[in-house]
Each structure stands twice: as C-alpha cells, then as structure tokens.
Design a protein around this ligand. Structure first.
Ligand SMILES: Nc1ncnc2c1ncn2[C@@H]1O[C@H](COP(=O)(O)OP(=O)(O)O)[C@@H](O)[C@H]1O
Ligand SMILES: [Mg+2]
Length: 369
C-alpha cells in the first residue's frame, strides 16, 4: 500500500473495513443514515485504486444528486490526491448517461448534439401537445400529464403499451399526450431527463458492442443510495454488471424517498436474488445521532412493511439537546439545462447544470440524517 494510505483502514469501524476491503463480486451494504455508507464507497474506491492497483478509469461511482456526487468526489480526492492517484468518474446517473449518449447515442439514432429538455421545456411541449389534441380540461392539467408521462417512462412503459393498457378517459388522454409528446421529441432530436436513462438502457440492450465496451471500461460499479433507484437505473446497473458482477451498492431500505419518481424498494430487497452469492454487510453504528433519536427512528421504521432488518446504535450520549435536523430542500431534478448542444460533455463535477439541490422533504427528512 502506498505511503499515506496505510492508515486508511484505521478510519473505519470493523464492519466498514469488511465492506471496503471485500474482494470481487456483489456487495450489499445496508445501514441507516449517518452510519458511514458514503464513507464506505469513498474508501472502497481508494482501496481498489491506491491499494489494489485498479486504474481509476475502470471504476464508475454513481449517485443521485449533483450535490451528493460533488461531495463524494471531494472525499475521494481527499484520500487519493496525497498518494498521487487520480479519481474515477463519480457522477449522477443522469450525467453518466449524457456522457454515454454523447459518445454512443448515434447507434440508436440520437444525434450526437442532441438537445436536453429540462422540466420547463417539457411542460411547454406537453401544453402544446394538449392544445393540438384539444385535450386540455380542468381534470387533466399539463402538470398532471407531465407527471404521468414521467411515471410511465420510469416504469419503462412504452407509448404502445400506454395506449393499449389505458383504462378510463384520464389514462387514455394521458397516453395520447404521451404519444404526441414522444413524436415531437423525436422530430426535434431532443431527450428529456427520463429519456437519458431509457436511451442508455436501449443502447445497451440493442447494441451489444456498446454494452461490451462499457462492461470492459467499468470493471467495478459503486452505487450510493441504492434504495432510490428506479426501474431504468436498475436495468442500467444490471446490464453493466451482469458479467463481471463487481457491483457494490449501499443503501437504507427504510429511507427510500423517490417513490413518487419511480424508486423501487424491490431493487434493494431483491438484490441478493439478483446477484447470488452477494456479500451483505450491515453497518449498525451511527455517527450522527444520539441513542434516543435512534430508538425513536427504529420504532418508526419497524412499521415499514417491506424492509430488511437492521439495528442502530451509537456511542453518542443520549442527550436531549441534540435535534434531528429536517431538510426542506426540493427534490433534485438532474438539473440539466436545455439546449445543451453547445455544452461540453457532462462529467461528474462539471455535470450539466450542477446547481444541485439535495434531499426532498418526505419521510427521510423526519429521520436523523
Ligand atoms: N468509522 C468512522 N469513524 C468516525 N466517523 C465516521 C465513521 N464513519 C462515518 N463517520 C462520520 O459519520 C458521518 C456520516 O457518514 P456518511 O458516510 O455520510 O454516512 P451515510 O452515508 O450513511 O449517511 C460523517 O461525518 C462521517 O465522517
Ligand atoms: Mg450517504
């Protein structure tokens, strides 16, 4: 191990150390907030590169918000810079997809300078589609239609499926708008945030050479906040790692916050089935909260129906003076701005529109982070 990294493992508790130094193969780290999950990812990246000699090029670490990606990159650079090792690609799902599609999207018919529609562009286009089809009415609002379209995309429901399976007048209208919207997007050569994921999955599913290339490039994949992945993100991860199975995910099954955006808790609950032979590590020591808060949190989450068991404990004294802080941030859209033709390819830190926001309000914000 290079000088400067010998003490790497001293910063970790035994469970974290076990996860960080685990060899090849699927690894599932389960823990509550403040138990060092992100630390495990950062240290594992340092371990794999500086200690095991992997090229940083061959690692991909993904997370959800630009803020989280920036924070992780900062931590990793802090560990690697002193030993002269470069950091790997640490990106949000969306910015990783922009990168992939700018390079290889042409194989699925995307122009290399495709435009990315942001939420405002998307709403404007949906309004136009509704106007054209004379579909606007009080019970069917443009924002309702946008939400529905996004939901369908995240569930990977195609236009044809939506038209075929629509039940009732509301769903029929939504399917019609979806159909028009997709047609218009195609005509102008644009993609929205949801498309970034879907197109990447389509690329991997339909162009074996592209899939093989990325499988060869990213020999290890690490995912933070895995409980927040939706169907398309899940597929992308599966496709990339099905062969080498070097996948490390960390998550808290009790804190999935993106259900409204299609996050699917089954992704965590079924990880061990998806990757037989998974090593599971539970981080049960908490570094942020007092025992009183943890007992409260445990009592609350014990009521969750779909969950994996975990216990929380802390060395922090059980004081009344500490308060669990609630974050009141808005959900984090990938915050890519539109008309990105002139923009440089998105990377982790210079990711498109890095005006990251962090946690939405929701169940998570009521629990200690
Ligand atoms: N082994 C450890 N020793 C000391 N502090 C730790 C340890 N593990 C985590 N921490 C601290 O606990 C806090 C939460 O860690 P983080 O990795 O962000 O947790 P999570 O991602 O699970 O919320 C951070 O301030 C981190 O530095
Ligand atoms: Mg974290």
């Amino acid at each position: 191990m290079p000088a400067g990294l010998e003490r790497l493992l001293d910063d970790l508790n035994p469970a974290q150390r076990e996860a960080v130094t685990y060899g090849e193969g699927p690894l599932l780290v389960l823990a509550g907030a403040g138990s060092g999950k992100t630390r495990v990812i950062a240290y594992r990246i340092a371990w794999l590169t500086a200690s095991q000699g992997m090229s940083p090029r061959n690692l991909l670490a993904v997370t959800f918000t630009n803020k989280a990606a920036g924070e992780m990159a900062r931590r990793v650079e802090g560990l690697l810079r002193p030993v002269g090792v470069g950091a790997p690609l640490i990106a949000t799902f969306h910015s990783a997809c922009v990168r992939i599609l700018r390079q290889h999207g042409k194989h699925i018919g995307l122009p290399s300078h495709f435009t990315i529609y942001d939420e405002d562009d998307r709403l404007a286009l949906v309004k136009e589609c509704m106007k054209e089809g004379e579909l606007a009415e009080r019970s069917f609002t443009p924002s309702g239609a946008v939400h529905r379209i996004s939901y369908m995309k995240n569930q990977m429901i195609s236009v044809a499926d939506a038209l075929r399976d629509a039940r009732g007048p509301w769903e029929k209208k939504a399917a019609l708008v979806y159909s028009r919207y997709e047609k218009r997007m195609k005509e102008v050569g644009a993609v929205d945030f949801d498309d970034l994921l879907l197109c990447t999955v389509r690329l991997y599913e339909t162009v074996p050479e592209a899939l093989a290339w990325y499988r060869g490039l990213w020999r290890h994949m690490l995912v933070d906040e895995y409980q927040d992945t939706n169907r398309a993100q899940y597929k992308m991860i599966r496709l990339l790692t099905a062969e080498h199975r070097n996948i490390c995910v960390v998550g808290d099954p009790d804190q999935s916050i993106y259900k409204f955006r299609g996050a699917d808790i089954r992704n965590v609950l079924e990880f061990e089935q998806d990757y037989p032979g998974t090593k599971v590590v539970r981080l049960e020591q908490n570094y942020r909260s007092t025992q009183r808060i943890l007992s409260l949190a445990s009592a609350v989450i014990a009521h969750n129906v779909q969950r994996k068991d975990k216990t929380l404990w802390t060395e922090n004294a059980s004081t009344r003076s500490r308060r669990a802080t609630a974050s009141h941030c808005s959900p984090s859209p990938p915050s890519l701005r539109s008309t990105s033709a002139a923009r440089p390819p998105a990377g982790s830190r210079s990711s498109p529109g890095s005006s990251a926001s962090s946690r939405p309000t929701g169940p998570r914000s009521r629990l200690p982070r």
